[in-house]
Design a protein around this ligand. Structure first.
Ligand code: TMP
Length: 396
């Protein structure tokens, strides 16, 4: 049974940065109710009513995975590790974005799947690219074109959690995976979300926030088996799941057994855990408004660092707009000059925005904290402060 535990209110699409604030643009802004539920049987946490993917993954999709050094390095490292350990003859990535993972492989043995046409265009030059949504139909189409042995390595980072239809997703994967092929999925970890109170991991694109116990349970239905897991630091704490066909040779690792034990001990299988989390989320909202009001009463200038999808959830849930934040800085060229979804705060380049007049910068991109604090040594040196909400509201 699905039970709602968190209501994050009316939200726009996290990716829908506005090009201007004209009446027509504002009238056309799309909002939906962001309610999060827990399935007490499947232990699966999801958005109650997901948005139609066709309105999300368009040819205007803004996110470029290779914008961040952290992500470029992380993908390079895992690509080399998988290549060395499994030596795959054929590799496919579901949700290949701008090719940041695939570029680490020989282009002849790679298939890219990316429904955002602007991104697919970027990988088409070097890799066989399908600019379509991943589903059973596409799996059958690709299967007809490749060696009937199937694909040895299917990789998908921050994508499977975005696809509402899990039946199509995993039936297609089972169809196309070779006998001892592996599916490697990376997605934000529910365990980390609950521990860190990072409720901003809930936004329209994150239809699911997976736990190890939910993935373990889920894939069995499709003749697949979870056999290993890595805890990784990307996207504020994620898991990398290793999945194979149920009949494949891989043995279940001790690491996986330990992770499952840990999650059960933390009661990720119990509704009460989510009720408690929801209370902490409400406190986080009260605390951030209190802090911003206090700083504004002292005439401090506050900005936000990183026009992230995650901060869309925070700004809209906590009603944070121009009354608190002067602007948001972001390094992504196609976000600059635009306005934040729902809250309409201008987005500018950090080259202009990070200057001596700034007193506080809210870490919208908190998952890149290390990279940012390293980069902004001058800002910190002259007394500039950061504010984070993870795991609780604090000034750093
Ligand atoms: P993400 O968390 O959704 O990947 O988005 C991170 C955003 O933060 C992305 O738009 C780039 C931006 N960003 C900066 O503006 N400066 C930085 O130093 C880093 C690491 C990210």
């Amino acid at each position: 049974m699905k039970k709602i535990f968190l209501k994050l209110g009316k939200q726009p699409l996290a990716n829908s940065f506005l090009p201007n604030l004209r009446k027509k643009t504002l009238n056309n802004e799309f909002f939906y109710n962001l309610n999060i539920c827990f399935d007490t049987k499947k232990f699966l946490v999801s958005i109650t009513k997901p948005v139609n993917p066709k309105s999300q993954y368009t040819d205007k999709y803004a996110h470029r995975a290779s914008e961040s050094k952290t992500m470029r390095n992380a993908f390079k490292k895992i690509a080399h590790k998988l290549n060395k350990k499994y030596n795959p003859k054929l590799v496919m990535e579901i949700g290949s974005n701008d090719g940041v993972f695939l570029k680490n492989f020989n282009s002849k043995k790679v298939i890219a799947v990316e429904p955002c046409k602007n991104l697919a265009k970027m990988t088409k030059k070097n890799f066989k690219t399908y600019d379509e949504f991943w589903n059973l139909k596409l799996a059958n189409k690709i299967f007809k074109k490749i060696n009937e042995k199937g694909i040895d390595l299917i990789f998908s980072a921050n994508t499977i959690s975005h696809i509402p239809n899990l039946d199509q997703t995993f039936t297609g994967i089972r169809k196309i995976l070779s006998k001892n092929g592996i599916l490697v999925i990376e997605d934000p970890s529910l365990f980390e979300v609950i521990k860190n109170n990072s409720y901003d991991q809930f936004y329209d694109e994150h239809v699911y926030v997976f736990s190890t116990i939910s993935i373990d349970n889920l894939v069995k239905k499709y003749g697949l088996r979870l056999f290993d897991v890595d805890k990784i630091t990307t996207h504020g704490g994620s898991n990398r799941y290793y999945i194979c066909k149920s009949e494949a040779v891989f043995k279940k690792s001790n690491k996986l057994n330990n992770m499952i034990k840990k999650e059960l001990k933390f009661k990720l299988n119990k509704f009460i855990t989510y009720k408690k989390f929801a209370k902490k989320v409400i406190k986080s909202k009260t605390d951030i408004i209190k802090l911003f009001k206090k700083l504004k009463s002292k005439n401090r200038k506050i900005i936000s660092y990183g026009a992230t999808y995650k901060s869309t959830t925070i700004f809209n849930y906590c009603k944070i707009n121009n009354r608190f934040l002067d602007y948001v800085t972001d390094t992504t060229k196609n976000k600059q000059g635009k306005f934040t979804p729902g809250t309409h705060i201008p987005i500018i380049s950090p080259d202009i925005g990070i200057n001596n007049s700034v007193d506080f910068a809210f870490l919208g991109a908190w998952n890149f904290k290390k990279e940012i604090l390293n980069k902004e040594k001058n800002y910190i040196k002259r007394g500039g402060k950061f504010i984070t909400h993870v795991p609780r509201i604090k000034i750093i």
